[in-house]
Design a protein around this ligand. Structure first.
Ligand code: ATP
Length: 241
């Protein structure tokens, strides 16, 4: 279980980005984090993955635990070793490397060659297109394939909790549906997911529960059904009136 209590994050001295966030992600859960531009969704993921410092951000209050380990003071590599792995917004695959090399880079942290081979098989079963394109340069893949590669690379470490930052961004509806199916499959195989999305329709179709962030606070929280039925969510995020 990931447990976040009263999390506060600042960038530099002047920008307070999160003002006391509470969130729980059960080991078998998919939790969606919704909200408009600048609400603090990426900041929340950076705090969990330990990558805030790369963006000049700091946790200025509160705590994050994964199981019984406090992780908000650990560096990103230590957090990955605990099984918490992020796929950053904009995918950030190695464009000049082949698909195969990208996957191999993801598996570097695996504890043994057997683990690596198992993870590779699991990724290629999930994304057969990556096997077909194994020798191609990653930069030549379509947007959807690049997203699949980014997720596949993260899965090479065998995570127990996957952090996805806007996986549907810039993708056609059919491809978004494919990504949604993949997230369900990853969850069915026993990995918990935090899914940051502006695409609330997709996120609520995949998640068990969700929070809506507004200017660094949790404005709404509930089950995916409750939030789908909420008038505020309908009006703001689902195109209702
Ligand atoms: P988006 O979908 O646009 O990424 P978001 O909900 O993920 O939005 P964040 O990127 O987490 O929002 O940003 C939250 C707040 O923190 C915003 O006010 C943003 O301007 C600010 N912010 C984000 N990154 C930095 C940074 N590196 N330095 C200073 N301020 C930042």
């Amino acid at each position: 279980m990931l447990t976040i209590r009263d999390l506060r994050v600042r960038y530099g001295r002047s920008v307070a980005a999160l003002h006391g966030i509470d969130l729980e992600v059960p080991d078998d859960g998919v939790v969606a984090v919704l909200g408009s531009n600048g609400a603090g969704k990426s900041t929340l993921l950076r705090a969990i993955s330990g990558t805030l410092r790369m963006h000049r951000g700091t946790v200025s209050g509160g705590q994050i635990h994964y199981g019984d380990r406090r992780i908000d003071r650990l560096d990103p590599a230590a957090i990955v070793r605990l099984g918490v792995v992020g796929v950053p917004e904009g995918r950030q695959i190695f464009a000049r490397m082949t698909v195969e090399e990208n996957l191999r880079a993801g598996g570097i942290g695996a504890s043994s060659a057997t683990d690596r081979a198992d993870a590779r098989k699991r990724v290629l079963d999930l994304f057969p297109v990556l096997a077909e394109r194994a020798k191609q340069r990653a930069g030549l893949l379509s947007g959807g394939e690049q997203q699949m590669l980014a997720i596949g690379r993260a899965l090479m470490t065998g995570p127990s909790l996957l952090l996805l930052d806007e996986p549907s961004l810039g993708l056609a509806p059919k491809v978004v549906e494919r990504i949604a199916e993949t997230i369900r499959e990853i969850h069915a195989q026993g990995t918990a997911v935090v899914l940051v999305e502006q695409n609330a329709v997709m996120a609520l179709a995949v998640a068990d529960s969700a929070v809506v962030l507004e200017v660094g606070k949790v404005a709404l929280a509930g089950s995916a059904e409750e939030l789908s039925a909420s008038e505020d969510v309908q009006r703001l995020y689902l195109g209702g009136h």
